[in-house]
Design a protein around this ligand. Structure first.
Ligand code: FAD
Length: 526
């Protein structure tokens, strides 16, 4: 079968979303290359395909592609890249599930590859041995929730997740993939041992730590710049049945960070399986305040427990203790008590719920269902994610959480520690410069009603700029996670010492800068 290529005519472009930039170069001479003969399955999508490829979760960028391609396999992707390289200008963007914020998976009059079509349902289990853990090879277009579902049927689970599992394997590996397991196992990108990648030269290459290692480490956290991940081998472990989900409230940032750091630095096997934290407003606002803390409908937040000295914002440590359905609850209680006994949260402001492992991992899916019903899911999401060094985190709290964001953002403000040693230095991921073992992830996940019921997106974007300006002016040591820059100069600064390596890998694996143009790092060359 010949691949189905949906060409977008200007009449389809009725998108009201403001343009990310005014770059409309060479629109006039873009045509599909004659050489593009693929073997994908025919799907008649028409205008809906245009709408898919020109939108993302951020809802603030929109550019029209020339075509959306639904590949039947890695070979189709390789042919697409080779065909693009035979033209003077075409680019190719892999689109995972389009959950980027700033158009990173788009291609302005280029070819967008719908990774969700690639090898759906492909899973190949390697059961492991005495010295090697089990692993599974999955499609780069698989969603993490599909991977979890498949693994649980075999009593297994990936070790490291994202909070939300409606993201693709290739999409998160191209960034890092961080959640509450990362302090133990590192990000998702530290939990893959082999990739199959289509490079910008249109070659299908298998790579690992030992084989084509430059491509392997380049692709991990590589923002899609060196190749399109078509398969990944993911490390697994036996899946627990249950999680004791715990939330503890703190009034003082110093105590919150002290306890969080204590828990992430306990040795393996003697700690929780999950640790995150968030900041919330000291008030009864349903989206930002006390009501965001209890875990079940029958739990309430009793503000009379708070000391009179409490400030405008409070902190919540969120923990997960894995256990098996057959374990006696009294044993689970005593393990939890042993850990919690060392911590200095506000007495009476602790919450817990025992939930199944899959319900725990799919917890944000319920948020998605609710947000879709209220229109919040489809409103713009000017999210901001940062890694901040331990040395700068108290200043960040004082200037940003207690200052700029003291009234909240209408969604979670995550802050929790991670360990540098769990991240592979050889990969493309960028962490804060000061080399201490502990650094923090900050995720400002704005969920607001569409304007005019909620604030205009521009106002939230300008608040993000204010936060970054504050960090820069006060010399805070940070790096953007899921970075977004428009100028190469900013990218150069972002990569710092690793820029030269990044450029070298680009010239080796994608010398014409065909791939992932939506990141705006390298201009297409002929
Ligand atoms: P896309 O947005 O489609 O693509 C992202 C980039 O990767 C693009 O440049 C694209 O071209 C490239 N790309 C896509 N697929 C491939 C591939 N197979 N090979 C090479 N390049 C590829 N991140 C976290 O770390 N932790 C979280 O807890 C977390 N939670 C999130 C919750 C929500 C609701 C949302 C919307 C995002 C969240 N993210 C989180 C961010 C997420 O990791 C990124 O959006 C990431 O880009 C994955 O999304 P995606 O699969 O839709 O990729």
């Amino acid at each position: 079968m010949i691949a189905y290529l949906e060409r977008f005519v200007p009449e389809n472009d009725s998108d009201p979303v403001p343009q990310d930039d005014d770059n409309d170069h060479h629109r006039h001479d873009n045509v599909l290359p004659d050489s593009l003969e693929l073997h994908g399955s025919a799907v008649d999508l028409g205008a809906s395909a245009a709408s898919i490829a020109s939108r993302d979760f951020g809802g603030m960028a929109s550019v029209q592609p020339l075509a959306l391609i639904r590949p039947a396999g890695a070979d189709d992707i390789a042919r697409t890249v080779r065909a693009a390289s035979a033209t003077a200008h075409l680019t190719v963007a892999a689109r995972g599930n389009g959950h980027s914020i700033n158009g990173q998976a788009m291609a302005d009059m280029g070819l967008v590859i719908d990774m969700r079509c690639l090898d759906p349902g492909f899973f190949e289990l390697a059961s492991g041995g005495p010295c090697s853990p089990p692993s599974v090879v999955v499609s780069g277009g698989a969603l993490w929730e599909e991977v979890l579902d498949w693994c649980l049927k075999h009593g297994l689970s990936p070790r490291s997740f994202t909070d939300y599992l409606g993201l693709t394997v290739g999409g998160t590996l191209s960034n890092a993939g961080v959640s509450g397991q990362a302090f133990l196992y590192g990000p998702q990108s530290s939990n893959v041992t082999e990739l199959e990648v289509v490079t910008g030269r249109g070659q299908v290459v298998v790579c690992s730590e030992d084989e084509n290692s430059e491509l392997f480490f380049g692709a991990l956290g590589g923002l899609g710049q060196f190749g399109i991940i078509t398969k990944a081998r993911i490390l697994l472990q036996p899946a627990p049945d249950m999680v004791r989900w715990i939330r503890l409230v703190y009034t003082e940032f110093a105590q919150f960070t002290r306890d969080a750091e204590l828990l992430v630095t306990l040795s393996d096997g003697d700690s929780f399986g999950y640790l995150e934290g968030f900041v919330f407003v000291n008030g009864d606002d349903p989206a930002n305040g006390w009501p965001t803390v209890p875990l079940t409908l029958d739990q309430t937040f009793d503000p009379t427990r708070l000391p009179g000295t409490s400030g405008s914002v409070l902190y919540c440590l969120e923990l997960g203790l894995n256990f098996q359905a057959g374990d006696r609850l009294s044993e689970v209680d005593s393990v939890a008590r042993r850990f919690l006994g060392r911590l200095r949260y506000v007495e009476g402001l602790e919450f817990h719920a025992d939930v199944s492992y899959s319900d725990f991992l799919l917890r944000v899916k319920r948020v998605e269902q609710h947000a879709k019903a209220t229109g919040i899911w489809d409103a713009p999401h000017p999210w901001l994610n940062l890694f901040v060094s331990k040395a700068s985190i108290a200043d960040f709290d004082r200037m940003v959480f207690k200052g700029i964001l003291k009234d909240g953002i209408g969604g979670p403000m995550l802050v929790y520690p991670l360990l540098r040693s769990r991240w592979d230095k050889r990969s493309s991921m960028i962490l804060p410069e000061s080399g201490g073992e502990i650094f923090y992830i900050i995720a400002l996940l704005r969920f607001t009603m569409p304007y005019q019921k909620g604030p205009p997106a521009e106002k939230m974007v300008s608040q993000n700029h204010e936060i970054l300006r504050t960090c820069n002016q006060n010399g805070l040591d940070y790096k953007l996670y899921l970075p977004h820059y428009k100028l190469q100069e900013d990218w150069r600064r972002h990569f710092g010492d690793k820029w030269a390596k990044f450029v070298e890998r680009k010239s080796k694996f994608d010398p014409m800068a065909i791939l992932a143009p939506g990141q705006k790092i390298f201009p297409r060359s002929s």
